[in-house]
Design a protein around this ligand. Structure first.
Ligand code: AMP
Length: 229
């Protein structure tokens, strides 16, 4: 059975970093819709160029476009053993579409982890966040100006400026937080305390995801008292 994971959490909660580490450790592809869009802009793909203005303002791209991108990505064979999604779904509509895609695939259930971080920490973290202009690796202002992986230049993301961060957090509360209610009743839904040092979050995530995956497998077998996808 595949290990299909989605990481929920506000911008700055550490989803990207944790998703990357977890995926690498388990040999699964990390699929970040933000990374796909940013790469599309670099490659001058029309769909990404249309999205760019919205991204720069911190607004969400329309659901149909995002679901098409994810549907195509999840059709690739490297997802056969599972995947780690970062930044998708971001609306209940996207979550429903993802459920339909997972059902069609028939390759394991969905583990949902919500990484919870207090609001004041989020704003501080986003202000210090950097990204490598060459390889896209996440970094921090305290890492200096050069990427430790590839030597590229570290930059602040266009959408990490203070005003745009405030807008992104507002949109998160309005459009994305309702996802927690959408998923909460499932046996494979878990929360993780993201306000700890990254290595402790990582350890908690590992144990939590394995536990939730076990619950998902039992639910799929129709174990008594387990309901869910
Ligand atoms: P991220 O790197 O996940 O913070 O995404 C950066 C930006 O890409 C977001 O602020 C949105 O403009 C856009 N984006 C990424 N994923 C999605 C999604 N699932 N739905 C809508 N917009 C998205």
């Amino acid at each position: 059975m595949g290990l299909n994971v989605i990481m929920l959490g506000a911008p700055g909660a550490g989803k990207g970093t944790q998703a990357e580490r977890f995926a690498r450790q388990r040999g699964l592809p990390k699929i970040s819709t933000g990374d796909i869009l940013r790469q599309g802009i670099k490659d001058a793909l029309p769909v990404a160029l249309v999205a760019k203005a919205k991204m720069d303002r911190g607004e969400l791209i329309d659901d149909e476009t995002m679901v098409t991108i994810v549907r195509e990505r999840l059709a690739r064979p490297d997802t056969n053993a599972g995947f780690v999604l970062d930044g998708f779904p971001r609306t209940v509509w996207q979550a429903r579409s993802l459920d339909a895609i997972i059902d069609e695939r028939g390759k394991g259930s969905l583990v949902i982890v919500d990484i919870v971080v207090p609001e004041e920490d989020l704003v501080r973290r986003l202000a210090g966040r950097r990204i490598c202009s060459r390889c896209g690796q996440n970094a921090n202002s305290s890492d200096g100006s050069t990427c430790q992986l590839c030597g590229g230049t570290l930059e602040q993301r266009a959408d990490d400026g203070e005003q745009v961060v405030i807008e992104r957090l507002k949109i998160y509360h309005r459009a994305t937080e309702p996802l927690v209610d959408y998923y909460r009743g499932r046996p494979t839904f878990r929360t993780v305390n993201g306000a700890q040092p990254a290595d402790r979050v990582a350890r908690e995530l590992d144990a939590t995801i394995d536990d939730a995956a076990g619950a998902g497998a039992r639910a799929a077998l129709g174990a008594p008292g387990s309901a869910g996808r």
